[in-house]
Design a protein around this ligand. Structure first.
Ligand SMILES: [Zn+2]
Length: 363
């Protein structure tokens, strides 16, 4: 029977696990037990803690309020945590590089000039003029860089707001996976499609590229760059990306929230009928006024006395018509896309600074 190959009972809780060839690591949705491709339990399963469902809901409401959405007429239909799988690959690297650096030296040359003395007599004198010469210097250097490289364990990730989420993800505050803490929320554990050794290989390439660009950054030309990289066994980490769906006037909108910061990474904001009408009227009035100005301008530019004013009016008319595209385009749009990425990045910088400061203080 093929069925027995596709399902297996969870050794921890007995629930039926559905297996598929793509899933390399699977997590039991009833107890959180995690198995590798050979059905061995995965040790050291970690997660990123998330803000509560209540906080996520409150933050989404706040986000919509900020973006002028009438929150009394919306209904939030779904607030769900998707735990995305990552491999965190710890690494050590040492890089030796060699290249050419651009510099400049000051040289002097003798020049002559004619001066007039106090008696009104002209004479020629010599002087030294300084000038800069570009020089090329062979440079070599080395640096060590140790850290963690995060690799998403999915081949294709179609989650709304994923790339924004991924770009701000900070996988340093991982904790042991604790099913008790996440089971109450409407959670789904996404299984890994990427094997640990594939993740190590991908991390190796990323680390090498980063080292190369770091070496090149203070050189005019990088000639050679050798990195010795050791990648260790990766940690399996589930990281929460919340998807929220809300309804307004029978239309459904999506918002994605990063679980760790609780901030919206991407969200659809409706434009109300009233706002669309305002934009439409604004755009139309702008076109009309611009056309009238342009028309006057053409007439006035033909008369010599008013030619300059005429040309200015023509320019104003053209600019006005081009600008009218902005409200007109908005008038035909049903929604906008907004995010709090700036806020997340700012907070991340502050927390990184604090972490560095704490490190220095501890030494
Ligand atoms: Zn189970």
């Amino acid at each position: 029977m093929t069925e027995s190959k596709l399902t297996k009972p969870c050794t921890n809780c007995g629930a039926t696990l559905k297996l598929s060839p793509e899933n390399i690591v699977i997590t039991c949705e009833y107890c959180g037990e995690t198995y590798d491709v050979d059905f061995n339990k995965v040790a050291g399963h970690k997660m990123i803690p998330t803000k509560s469902q209540k906080e996520i809901r409150a933050n989404v409401t706040e986000f919509l309020k900020k973006n002028k959405t009438d929150i009394n007429s919306i209904s939030i239909d779904e607030v769900k945590a998707n735990y995305l799988p990552y491999w965190i690959v710890p690494f050590k690297s040492h890089t030796e590089y060699y290249g050419v650096q651009r510099g400049s030296v000051t040289r002097h040359r003798t020049k002559t000039r004619t001066v007039t003395d106090s008696n009104g007599k002209k004479r020629t004198e010599t002087y030294q003029e300084a000038y800069q010469v570009t020089v090329w210097k062979d440079t070599k250097g080395n640096f060590s860089r140790n850290g963690k490289q995060n690799i998403i364990a999915r081949k294709h990730t179609a989650f709304y707001g994923f790339s924004e989420f991924n770009s701000t993800l900070f996988l340093d505050n991982v904790v042991d996976f604790d099913f008790e803490k996440v089971k109450d929320a409407n959670s789904e554990f996404i299984n890994a499609e990427v094997e640990p050794n594939e993740a190590q290989m991908e991390a190796y390439g990323d680390i090498e590229n980063k080292n190369r660009s770091m070496a090149a950054s203070n050189l005019h030309k990088l000639v050679r760059c050798d990195s010795e990289i050791t990648v260790e066994n990766p940690l399996y980490v589930h990281s929460p990306l919340w998807s929220v769906r809300y309804r307004l006037e029978d239309k459904i909108y999506k918002v994605s929230v990063a679980g760790d910061s609780g901030k919206v990474v991407k969200g659809e904001v409706p434009i109300t009928t009233k706002q669309r009408i305002i934009n439409y009227v604004l755009g139309t009035v702008l076109i009309l006024v611009s056309a009238i100005l342009g028309n006057f301008g053409i007439q006035m530019s033909a008369i010599e006395d008013t030619a300059v004013i005429g040309i200015i009016l023509i320019i104003l008319g053209v600019v006005g018509i081009s600008c009218s595209a902005i409200p007109i385009r908005k008038a035909f749009k049903m929604q906008l896309e907004k995010s709090s990425m700036k806020e997340i990045k700012k907070e991340r910088r502050i927390s990184l600074k604090a972490a560095k400061k704490a490190l220095r203080g501890g030494k």
